[in-house]
Write a protein that binds this ligand. Structure first.
Ligand SMILES: Cc1cc2nc3c(=O)[nH]c(=O)nc-3n(C[C@H](O)[C@H](O)[C@H](O)COP(=O)(O)OP(=O)(O)OC[C@H]3O[C@@H](n4cnc5c(N)ncnc54)[C@H](O)[C@@H]3O)c2cc1C
Length: 52
């Protein structure tokens, strides 16, 4: 199960593509979700650095 930003219920774990509950099992959707997950993961790391 993913949230709109591809994050999961486990902090720091992001998911994309067919393994998720996202609608539409298609290459273009998996690719877009992958890009979204990468951006969200980057933001997660940047936010972590702010708290340290
Ligand atoms: C027969 C068929 C035809 C299709 N035709 C189309 C089409 O014409 N157009 C279209 O848009 N979509 C099509 N699809 C759907 C499309 O293939 C998928 O939506 C897309 O490939 C999903 O990408 P993904 O990266 O999420 O998953 P996948 O492409 O399944 O990639 C997952 C990868 O993870 C690897 N993996 C699995 N477990 C592990 C592990 N434990 N450790 C490391 N690696 C692991 C797998 O080997 C695989 O390489 C088709 C699907 C099938 C089955």
């Amino acid at each position: 199960m993913i949230n709109p930003d591809c994050s999961t219920s486990y902090p720091g774990i992001f998911a994309a593509g067919d393994i998720t509950n996202a609608f539409g099992k298609r290459i273009i959707i998996a690719s877009g979700e992958g890009a979204k997950a990468a951006l969200a993961a980057r933001q997660y790391i940047l936010d972590l650095r702010k708290t340290v």
